[in-house]
Design a protein around this ligand. Structure first.
Ligand code: T3D
Length: 265
């Protein structure tokens, strides 16, 4: 199943979602949002899907909001910036960050504006060495959105978050890795193979445990240590009762490789 502006490919437990408006550097339109959300929701509901990979077609990952669509904001039919966030970006970021399977992002080229922050919402971000991250918002009189003001200080600290937001200069993939903004910077010609290998590993991983770990890590940003310990207790109870935990322990004791199904029960 593939839409016009988001291509979808499924194989071996991996769902690849490819932003596909290369002529416009994969800038987001409301239509592309709808297709991407539908693809993510379908991946979330599909028990065969164990990992999602998000990437872009052509030379960019995404240049953020399509400014042609914004340019029409004087028209009565075009939603204002706040409504576009409410309708499109906020649900997308919530969907990625709560999807009960790992979401990998392969940043194949520049990730600008909301494009950068959609990438940063993913669980593991790999970027081509030639790619860069640009909080372009201040260049056009806007503030970082799509979760940027939440993610940036947590990932790189307040001083660097302020610099990125206010100076709106591109950050190279290499520096993004050194700063802890992303997981890994990879040579351009190795990006696809490295992401495919990691996706393959995750497609054979105990998916339910990964989902619970994702939930716990997300909750840590607002929880006290006491609350987090309670949450770990509750989630570990669920993980420990899953078939994959039984299989993992049995495989360890039997000195063999585990065969995980990813199922909850
Ligand atoms: O109102 C709301 O919705 C609020 C939400 C906002 C969320 C946001 O994401 S705001 C930030 C929007 N994005 C930007 O401001 C970035 C705009 N793009 C750029 O600054 C540059 O394109 C890049 C630095 C990303 C790349 O530069 P370069 O020189 O490699 O490429 P280019 O020549 O500028 O772009 C190539 C084509 O893509 C070009 O089209 P053309 O002239 O060949 O027909 C260009 O217009 C188009 N393009 C690039 N970015 C966008 C875009 N078209 C529409 N919207 C874009 N964001």
């Amino acid at each position: 199943m593939s839409g016009k502006t988001v291509l979808i490919a499924q194989e071996g437990g991996i769902t690849r979602l490819i932003l596909n408006r290369p002529d416009k550097l994969n800038a987001f339109t409301l239509g592309m949002h709808a297709e991407l959300r539908a693809g993510l929701e379908a991946a979330g509901a599909d028990p065969q899907c164990r990992v999602v990979v998000l990437t872009g077609a052509g030379r960019a990952f995404s240049a953020g909001q399509d400014l042609g669509e914004v340019g029409g904001s004087a028209e009565a039919s075009s939603p204002d910036a706040g409504s576009r966030l409410e309708q499109a970006y906020n649900p997308l970021i919530k969907l990625i960050t709560t999807l009960e399977k790992p979401v990998l992002c392969a940043v194949n080229g520049i990730a600008a504006g909301a494009g950068a922050n959609v990438a940063l919402a993913c669980d593991l971000v790999y970027a081509a060495r030639s790619a860069s991250f640009l909080q372009a918002f201040a260049r056009i009189g806007l503030i970082p959105d799509a979760g940027g003001t939440w993610a940036l200080p947590r990932l790189v600290g307040a001083a660097r978050a302020r610099g990125l937001a206010m100076l709106a200069e591109p950050l190279t993939a290499e520096k993004a890795e050194a700063w802890g903004l992303i997981w890994k910077c990879v040579d351009d010609d190795k990006l696809a193979a490295e992401v495919a290998a990691v996706a393959g590993r995750l497609a054979a991983a105990p998916t339910y445990a990964l989902a619970l770990a994702k939930r716990a890590l997300a909750a840590s940003s607002t929880n006290t240590l006491g609350q987090q310990l309670d949450l770990e207790r509750d989630l570990q109870k669920l993980a420990g009762a899953s078939p994959d935990a039984r299989e993992g322990i049995a495989a360890f004791l039997e000195k063999r490789a585990p065969r995980y199904t990813g199922r909850k029960a």
